[in-house]
Design a protein around this ligand. Structure first.
Ligand code: HEC
Ligand code: HEC
Ligand code: HEC
Ligand code: HEC
Ligand code: HEC
Length: 512
């Protein structure tokens, strides 16, 4: 902090000096220009000013902040995103939204409960931990705290694998790897063969641990070291599950024109797996670094291996096909007995289906826009809703007024929410219909078809609910998915009605 102020002061006195020279007039204009250029050069260089030595073990973001004060400042302000959050939900009083998104202190309040704002979710998730506690997301600063505090962790046993996306864990994994026989030392660059072996060995050890034990190994939310190479500051992938997931995606034949390096790999001899760290372009990395966490996942087998279901492709039904092929169910629904799957934050996957991805627009382009300070251009590290900064996030490409852009987003989100409500109402009706038919004596065999339709409908509705842009990342794809959800749920209700056990099946619903 102090170093930043000192440098700010120095820059200011340089300005005063130049200003004084201008007053002296005449030939001095040329000098001023020169002075100005020098100052700008100095500013540009101060970007890489090295005050402290940053290494593969520098977890503490404050240390990095000494060299990169602007990025650190933004990073810290992710605790303070409340003011910025774009409020799509019509009619919600601003104080409430403010309260929902929180102020600076992670110990203060909790984020708004989704179960309270959308009570249908209690029925939809019945029998699963998400029916106990499910909240709105908030800034990166809270990720570790919120995971430790959720009732899903407090009331249900969870594995160490949960930590993958909620902590700075590169060093913790490597230390666990070294303890379990991986070669080398923490000084090895992460991307060296020894570094990678340490990372993967430790990761495999930590995943199946008890959450309470595993969480002792970490102390920070995602930090600089998880996204950047400490020597070059280049973006790099540090999460093993993404390394495996994207390599599996590359092996599929799902077209991914928005990931040109994957398309390129497919044309080669495929002798070595696709490796984002070696092959991805800088622009691809500006999305892939987020895709380490903002993706659908499950924990595979007793080893609780964090796995992204991209083996057939990134589309909603390709992931469903994968889950069906390995016989995966998240849980058995308490009311209906259906084996169901739940989606979690598929931002990368939905973005992949939209026009922005197709046009080469990355996550960082919108969520981490360039900010200018004098001659200095830097990346905003206050990762948040782009609607807090329409000018920097959108108007660089879209030549419309801010209010026009806001209203287009609004329209997309309201349309999506309208269809989402219909889809959830239909799913709840189906659940209640199956429940009533069971009570009236229907057998598992008779209910198989309706339960399968519930699985399909619920996965689709939840996919859009769990995705955090309310349709924006791919508007047409979102309403397509919700249309299918409504259709499958209605087909399910019809299947139950056909059994003839339940003349009043539809009345058992919560429909008003
Ligand atoms: C290590 C995993 C991880 C990585 C990498 C990551 N995120 Fe997040 N992100 C999270 C988690 C977890 C939360 C929710 C934290 C909470 O609610 O406590 C979150 C929240 C967010 C939010 C919501 C902020 C708010 O104020 O509500 C945005 C926007 C976001 N991330 C965008 C991004 C972008 C863009 C990138 C890539 C530059 C990225 N994230 C990289 C895990 C990650
Ligand atoms: C693949 C990465 C990933 C893994 C693994 C993961 N999370 Fe998250 N988690 C995220 C992201 C991204 C968000 C923010 C977006 C959102 O809330 O949908 C989030 C949000 C959350 C939140 C805040 C919102 C809420 O759902 O109440 C909690 C709590 C949470 N996760 C707990 C867990 C637990 C418990 C586990 C292990 C069962 C886990 N996470 C595993 C990526 C992950
Ligand atoms: C073209 C711009 C754009 C791109 C590209 C983009 N997003 Fe978004 N994103 C948005 C908008 C707009 C919203 C809705 C914000 C709101 O409702 O306030 C949003 C919402 C989100 C949210 C929830 C934000 C919050 O404040 O809670 C997350 C998380 C997120 N995006 C992650 C990502 C990730 C990860 C990627 C890349 C895979 C990505 N976005 C790509 C524009 C973009
Ligand atoms: C979730 C991932 C993520 C985290 C965490 C993160 N960064 Fe970045 N950072 C980025 C992205 C994305 C860019 C843009 C890189 C590009 O365009 O090549 C960037 C760019 C930078 C740059 C290059 C100059 C600039 O502003 O564009 C510096 C320096 C930097 N970050 C420092 C930091 C520091 C210091 C921290 C920790 C306080 C940090 N970053 C945390 C994703 C991250
Ligand atoms: C780097 C450039 C870039 C940025 C930044 C950008 N867009 Fe776009 N946007 C595009 C392109 C390109 C298209 C596709 C236009 C076409 O091909 O006709 C597009 C399309 C759209 C559309 C059409 C609807 C659709 O199908 O998705 C909307 C709405 C939109 N953008 C809103 C936004 C908003 C809101 C932001 C800021 C959060 C944003 N854009 C940021 C380049 C950008």
């Amino acid at each position: 902090m102090s170093s930043r102020n000192e440098r700010g002061g120095a820059a200011k006195s340089a300005v005063f000096l130049v200003a004084a020279l201008v007053c002296a007039g005449g030939t001095i204009a040329a000098m001023m220009l020169y002075g100005n250029i020098t100052r700008r050069k100095m500013e540009a260089e101060s970007k890489a000013l090295k005050i402290v030595d940053i290494t593969e073990t520098t977890i503490d973001p404050a240390e990095w902040g000494k060299n990169f004060p602007r990025q650190y400042d933004g990073y810290v302000r992710t605790a303070d995103n409340a003011k910025a959050r774009f409020k799509w939900s019509e009619g919600r009083p601003p104080e409430e939204a403010e309260h929902a998104a929180q102020g600076g202190n992670p110990d203060s309040k909790k984020a708004e409960s989704k179960l309270e704002s959308d009570p249908r979710l209690k029925t939809i998730f019945n029998g699963y931990a998400f029916a106990i506690d499910f909240r709105e997301r908030r800034g990166h600063a809270y990720m570790l705290h919120d995971q430790r505090e959720t009732e899903r962790v407090k009331q249900r046993p969870q594995p160490g694998a949960c930590l993958n996306c909620h902590a700075s864990n590169v060093v913790a994994y490597r230390e666990a790897g070294l303890k379990n026989g991986a070669p080398g030392s923490l000084e090895d660059p992460l991307l060296s063969p020894h570094g990678q072996e340490q990372l993967f060995t430790g990761w495999e050890k930590v995943n199946p641990m008890k959450y309470a034990d595993a969480t002792q190994l970490v102390s920070h939310p995602v930090t600089c070291l998880d996204c950047h190479d400490p020597k070059t500051m280049a973006l790099r992938i540090t999460k093993p599950a993404f390394i495996e997931g994207i390599a599996n995606l590359a092996k599929s034949d799902d077209p991914v024109p928005h990931l040109p390096s994957v398309e390129q790999w497919r044309k080669g001899d495929r002798a070595k797996p696709y490796d984002a760290n070696a092959m991805a372009s800088r622009q691809e990395m500006r999305s892939m670094s987020c895709a380490q966490c903002h993706v659908e996942y499950y924990f595979k087998g007793d080893e609780k291996r964090l796995t992204f279901p991209w083996h057939n492709g990134l589309k909603m039904e390709q992931m469903e096909t994968y889950y069906n092929s390995v016989g995966w169910n998240d849980w058995k629904h308490k009311d209906s007995g259906a084996n169901v799957i739940k989606a979690q934050h598929p931002e990368f996957e939905l973005w992949s289906q939209g026009v922005h991805a197709r046009s080469g627009v990355s996550c960082a382009d919108c969520h981490m826009p360039y900010t200018r300070e004098g001659a200095m251009k830097y990346t905003s590290h206050q990762i948040q809703t782009p609607m807090a900064n329409v000018n920097l996030s959108c108007q660089t490409c879209h030549n419309y007024t801010e209010s026009e852009i806001q209203s287009r987003v609004d329209q997309i989100q309201k349309r999506t929410k309208g269809q989402l409500d219909r889809a959830e109402i239909a799913v709840v009706e189906l659940i209640n219909a199956i429940k009533a038919a069971q009570a009236a004596g229907a057998t598992d065999e008779q209910l198989a078809k309706a339960r399968d339709l519930q699985r399909k409908a619920q996965w689709r509705a939840d996919f859009i609910n769990a995705e955090n842009s309310m349709g924006f990342h791919a508007p047409a794809e979102s309403v397509r998915i919700l249309g299918e959800a409504i259709d499958y749920a209605r087909q399910g209700v019809t299947e139950v009605a056909k059994l003839g056990l339940m003349p009043k099946a539809a009345d058992a619903s919560e429909k008003k």
